[in-house]
Design a protein around this ligand. Structure first.
Ligand SMILES: [Zn+2]
Ligand SMILES: [Zn+2]
Ligand SMILES: [Zn+2]
Length: 135
């Protein structure tokens, strides 16, 4: 659990918007470094630490999804707000949002069996997408 930070000042707003805009135009998950590179290439003067901070605040505000890939890298995406899972390409980073009804019922069943309440889960499926494997 992270400690509550004070509400972002007006000065920070454009940075949040710039990060969110780039995130929305990406088809897949991107790392903070990749996003920082894109922003810099587009002429946005922003520090990598600010990109990290902004991404994390977007995640805690529920405006972005984050996950850790097989290399232990944190990746971010502007996702739909409803609970869902992802298929992620290890090669190009493209993400497919999937619903997994079987996983939802399995997760709640197993939690109930063990007396757990207030449960949540994260399921991400990594692989190589059709486009990449055709190359
Ligand atoms: Zn998503
Ligand atoms: Zn791919
Ligand atoms: Zn689920």
């Amino acid at each position: 659990m992270t400690t509550k930070e004070p509400a972002p000042s007006r000065r920070k707003t454009w940075q949040k918007e710039a990060v969110l805009k780039e995130l929305a135009s990406s088809s897949g998950f991107v790392s903070a470094q990749q996003l920082h590179q894109i922003l810099t290439q587009n002429g946005t003067v922003i520090g990598l630490a600010t990109v990290y901070r902004t991404l994390n605040s977007l995640v805690s505000d529920g405006l972005a999804d984050s996950l850790v890939n097989n290399n232990g890298e944190n990746l971010y995406r502007d996702c739909s707000k409803d609970h869902h899972h992802h298929l992620i390409c290890n090669s190009c980073g493209v993400a497919v949002e999937i619903e997994a009804d079987e996983a939802e019922s399995w997760a709640s069943k197993i939690a109930t069996e063990h007396g757990f309440t207030d449960v949540s889960h994260t399921i991400e499926i990594f692989g190589v997408c059709g486009k990449c494997s055709a190359k």
